[in-house]
Design a protein around this ligand. Structure first.
Ligand SMILES: [Ca+2]
Length: 219
């Protein structure tokens, strides 16, 4: 494969590049073997634009026993009972109301930044109303953890949205409005009290993807 960087490594040029070529002149070889013929303008060196896809969340699959990058309350816990990828997922519901979140900086030059994740909902709640819910929120990211002002509610799921014991992909939620900002990606579980009935939300394989255009100038 052509290595453009190595190919250009030996050249030190400025744009516009001006070079003076020296060539032999007929009949004057003995006294003056070469004569300058003047400057020649060469086209500027190329500018390359590299398109790079990047996933920004840390430990997106909750594979750490204490998942790094995430902050959570006690009722949000890592479980190895079910998982979409790896061997663990993040569970909400067994211990009542709980939430977890991670701060993510959306680059100013990102193209089509978006959030996605896999969600499994198990429930044996008899109610035909949405009594146990999972809200997926975007919040501001102040220095004080466990806080933040809600910027948007991306989605709300409930006991009515069971997934037949399967993980289902959710997204892509558009984050384009937040380029250049740090977001707090927040999963909030809210649960009613049920005798012998419960709802569990399992989240796995989260992702915030961006496509960035990196400009490479060879000059
Ligand atoms: Ca996992």
């Amino acid at each position: 494969m052509l290595n453009i960087r190595r190919l250009l490594q030996g050249l030190v040029l400025s744009a516009p590049v001006i070079a003076t070529l020296l060539i032999p002149t007929a009949g004057t070889a003995a006294a003056n073997p070469i004569q300058p013929v003047g400057p020649i303008n060469l086209p500027p060196m190329p500018t390359l634009v590299a398109v790079v896809d990047q996933q920004l969340l840390t430990d997106p699959g909750f594979e750490g026993a204490t998942p790094s990058g995430w902050i959570k309350t006690e009722g949000a816990f890592v479980t190895s009972n079910v998982h979409k990828c790896g061997s663990r997922s993040l569970s909400l519901g067994f211990l009542g109301n709980a939430f977890f979140f991670q701060d993510v900086a959306i680059p100013a030059n990102a193209t089509s930044p978006n959030l996605s994740f896999y969600l499994r909902i198990d429930s044996n709640v008899a109610s035909t109303s949405a009594v146990d819910t999972l809200d997926v929120l975007l919040k501001t990211a102040p220095a004080l953890p466990m806080t933040g002002t809600t910027l948007a509610t991306l989605a709300t799921y409930s006991n009515l949205d069971t997934t037949n014991s399967q993980f289902v992909r959710k997204g892509n939620f558009d984050l384009s409005s937040y380029k250049g900002q740090t977001l707090r990606v927040w999963f909030q579980g809210t649960f009613a009290q049920h005798a012998g009935q419960s709802t569990q939300f399992f989240i796995d394989d989260t992702a915030v993807w961006t496509r960035q255009h990196l400009v490479l100038n060879f000059c």
